[in-house]
Design a protein around this ligand. Structure first.
Ligand code: AMP
Ligand code: FE
Ligand code: FE
Ligand code: ZN
Length: 277
């Protein structure tokens, strides 16, 4: 049983349509795949239709942009009610923040002598509910400014680089509460990637567990072996489920193929009882 609980389609910053994503999941030998686009659930219906057709089990999820003490933390929410008003309102705030940031990024690039228009970016974000820096990166690649998304982030778009602009992210505690209130299951995505170990301390994770956090994504490319061992121990201490996943973005992220990390069936059963029945 191969289970991958974190993937992106072109409804956010992946490059596969939801249909292609599910077809590729089947091809990669996955039995269960979760679609977890950034801040959006709009890919679910298409993915479900494809999953029914190819015989893969779909877990419906999303990856919410949150922050703790100003540091970005990604929260996976599984099987939330996508019509839950307060959750939708918070997601809309995040999506508006994404849209409002885009012209500011383009302004910064312009000041550097790099001309990219909103239309240039829209050609890459056309199917996305959640537009983001990866789409700006795609436009920069198209213009020959950088070779790939990674170089765009490393030289221009990540914090500390000249075209970086911050945007709204939901307070983490509030996001955990909203996922639960919307009937879903909350798991922190790659808790210790990109320096977020500074805020995701054992005490902070314990506090989240008290608020109903259900699990930690441990097996992820952004974690080294030592981080995985320590996160696993922390999850065991706090009685949290442990997940593993690819964080697949299609051709948008090199080295993150579908199924490169997977989740134990028992852990999925803990998170979503009966999902494998
Ligand atoms: P945004 O949603 O605009 O804040 O951009 C964040 C997204 O960009 C993440 O979800 C990743 O998919 C991607 N990303 C972040 N850092 C990098 C990086 N260094 N190289 C490539 N992609 C990145
Ligand atoms: Fe992403
Ligand atoms: Fe993430
Ligand atoms: Zn992700």
């Amino acid at each position: 049983m191969r289970i991958d609980l974190h993937t992106h389609s072109d409804r956010s910053d992946g490059t596969d349509s939801p249909t292609e994503l599910v077809e590729n999941a089947a091809r990669a030998g996955l039995d269960v795949v979760a679609l977890t686009d950034h801040d959006a659930t709009v890919g679910w219906d298409e993915a479900q239709a494809a999953a029914d057709r190819v015989g893969v089990r779909l877990v419906k999820g999303l990856e919410i942009s949150t922050q703790l003490q100003g540091k970005s933390v990604h929260l996976l929410g599984y099987e939330v009610d996508p019509t839950h008003g307060p959750l939708l309102a918070e997601l809309q705030r995040v999506l508006d923040g994404r849209d409002n940031r885009l012209p500011l990024i383009l302004e910064r690039l312009g000041a550097l002598g790099i001309e990219v228009t909103a239309e240039d970016v829209a050609r890459w974000s056309g199917n996305a509910a959640a537009s983001g820096r990866p789409h700006v990166a795609d436009a920069l690649v198209e213009k020959g400014v950088v070779a790939n998304r990674d170089e765009a982030f490393d030289t221009l778009l990540k914090p500390g680089r000249p075209a970086y602009v911050d945007r709204y992210a939901a307070p983490l505690h509030e996001a955990v509460r909203l996922v639960r209130e919307a009937g879903g299951v909350a798991v922190v995505a790659h808790p210790w990637s990109r320096g977020s170990d500074r805020v995701m301390t054992p005490d902070a994770v314990a506090e989240l567990a008290g608020l109903g956090l259900a699990g930690l994504e441990v097996d992820h490319n952004d974690h080294d072996e030592d981080q995985r061992a320590r996160l696993r121990a922390l999850a065991a201490d706090l009685d949290l489920a442990v997940t593993g996943s690819s964080d697949y973005h299609g051709t948008g992220k090199i080295g993150f193929p579908l199924g490169c990390h997977t989740t134990d069936p028992e852990q999925l059963e803990r998170l979503l009882p009966g999902v494998l029945a």
